[in-house]
Design a protein around this ligand. Structure first.
Ligand SMILES: NC(=O)c1ccc[n+]([C@@H]2O[C@H](COP(=O)([O-])OP(=O)(O)OC[C@H]3O[C@@H](n4cnc5c(N)ncnc54)[C@H](O)[C@@H]3O)[C@@H](O)[C@H]2O)c1
Length: 463
């Protein structure tokens, strides 16, 4: 397959670019001589950069956070599960980090992994994607591949990213939309990230990678590129299908977690152990996948991504009821936890107002160093509003400062002296905790994660 030859040789875009066939570019990818750039070196982008580096590519990482660029430049890591030795090894293979976007022109493929949060009105905040596109555009050259990995609503790649890249590149380049790419075109695709932080049961390489290009050339290039680091690439027909695939996966989780959260509330009222029910149901070899209740949703994905689709759906005069209902149930869980703490203290003839409460675990899930959207933060704020004196412990966070939605400014308490607190509240079930000891030494334990499973004590209240 060839890039279409509709341009004259004198076209300005050809000054810097060697004319190449698609096969030649793919061959350079296969030989690892193609240059790869990753924009956004966070929880998604940094591991991705390291995967390409491990496969022999010379990778350039871009981030607007100077601290991250500097830490990586010193061969260190800022993500707990990535040891510094991996950064040092990548650096030996040519990995560099920078905030200088002019280096984009030397790259063959650029993958964008920037945040996609919700704004204060629970609407998609595409400002990071837009800012990235505006920064990339002036350095874009014909034949280059741009892939978006940030989770977003269907249509973002084609309707938001492509137009900004087209408008801002100054060379009149267009995103390739026809059967083949022309010399004055660049290629664009969407490929969702499927990482599950803290889950080591599947090697990253074995997680199939979904790819949807805006045209067949973009799909071919993106599939070839990802084929070097993933064992199985799943091609879909358009970027919108790839975007919607990611949302379906996360909405599926969000809705099922809401279902089990609601059933947990009912089971508590009925005196049935929901965890035992889930364990029993999980023995069914078909048609059932377990989801687990908790103190509320956390992380960058499940509490946020579904609302990208419900927002987009309104453009089509469509109301996504499952998403809204699941959001309502999941968002109510931290309030339910605080209600349980109040009732349990009441049983001990104490009030929430003035109670000393130790929150155990603030990360949004066990054994990870990620606080984003963590229900612990909401729970701490709600407890404080009721007059409780809240301390926290988390092995991953020495301090909890200011985030997008909170400003707690708290230091990690010592793990011990449990008897000093009126209540220990297990919000995140980190593996390092000695739950036997916590129960033994505490006056009261509220367990939102079934972390005390198997421990029999009247001091434990499960919720
Ligand atoms: N973390 C996950 O487990 C996960 C899983 C699947 C999908 N995702 C999606 O991947 C995307 C990235 O998530 P993340 O967890 O890596 O976020 P993150 O906040 O950890 O990292 C994003 C990085 O992008 C940088 N950045 C922001 N604007 C930039 C710009 N204009 N130029 C260069 N760098 C910029 C930030 O400084 C940050 O380092 C999001 O859309 C998220 O929904 C995340």
């Amino acid at each position: 397959m060839e890039f279409r030859k509709e341009q004259t040789e004198g076209n300005s875009i050809m000054n810097n670019n060697v004319i190449e066939t698609l096969d030649t570019v793919c061959a350079r990818i296969d030989r690892r001589t193609a240059r790869v750039g990753i924009i956004g070196l966070g929880y998604v982008g940094l591991p991705l950069a390291l995967l390409f580096s491990e496969q022999g590519f010379r990778v350039t990482g871009f981030d607007i956070d100077d601290r991250k660029v500097s830490v990586l430049g010193q061969g260190r890591s800022y993500i707990v599960r990535i040891p510094s030795t991996e950064i040092q090894s990548a650096r030996q293979h040519g990995f560099t980090a920078t905030s200088d976007y002019s280096q984009i022109c030397d790259l063959d493929a650029v993958i964008i992994c920037v945040p996609t949060p919700l704004d204060d009105f629970h609407q998609p905040d595409l400002s990071y994607i837009k800012a990235t596109a505006e920064a990339v555009a002036p350095h874009l050259r014909a034949g280059k591949l741009i892939v978006l990995e940030s989770t977003t609503y269907p249509g973002t790649t084609e309707e938001v990213l492509a137009p900004i890249l087209e408008k801002g590149n100054g060379l009149g380049l267009k995103a390739a939309r026809g059967k083949e790419a022309a010399f004055d075109e660049f290629c664009i695709a969407f490929s969702p990230e499927r990482e599950d932080p803290g889950n080591d049961s599947v090697a990253r390489r074995d997680i199939p990678k979904v790819v949807g290009g805006l045209n067949p050339t973009a799909s071919e290039l993106a599939a070839t590129l990802y084929g070097t680091i993933f064992n199985h690439v799943v091609r879909v027909s358009t970027p919108a299908v790839a975007e919607m695939t990611k949302l379906l996966e996360n909405i599926y989780r969000c809705v099922n977690i809401a279902l089990v959260n609601e059933l947990k509330l009912l089971a508590l009222r009925m005196g049935i152990d929901i965890w035992e029910v889930i364990r029993a149901a999980s023995t069914k070899p078909f048609g059932f996948q377990p989801f687990y209740p908790g103190p509320g949703l956390g992380g960058h994905c499940i509490p946020i991504d579904p609302f990208y689709l419900s927002w987009k759906a309104k453009e089509f005069d469509f109301h996504t009821r499952f998403i809204e209902l699941a959001g309502e149930i999941n968002a109510a869980m931290p309030y339910s936890v605080v209600g349980t703490v109040g009732s349990a203290l009441n049983q001990n003839k104490k009030t929430l107002n003035g109670a000393r409460i130790l929150v155990l675990g603030v990360a949004y899930k066990k054994d990870i160093d990620d606080l984003r959207e963590s229900p612990a933060l909401t729970i701490i704020e709600l407890l404080q509003k009721q007059g409780a004196q809240v301390s926290y412990h988390d092995p991953f966070f020495a301090h909890v400062g200011r985030g997008r939605h909170y400003d707690l400014n708290m230091d990690c308490a010592e793990l011990g002296n449990f008897e000093r607190y009126d209540c220990a509240l297990i919000v995140t079930d980190h593996s390092d905790y000695d739950y036997e000891r916590i129960v033994r030494e505490s006056q009261l334990v509220i367990d939102t994660r079934n972390a005390t499973h198997g421990i029999d004590s009247p001091k434990i209240v499960r919720c």
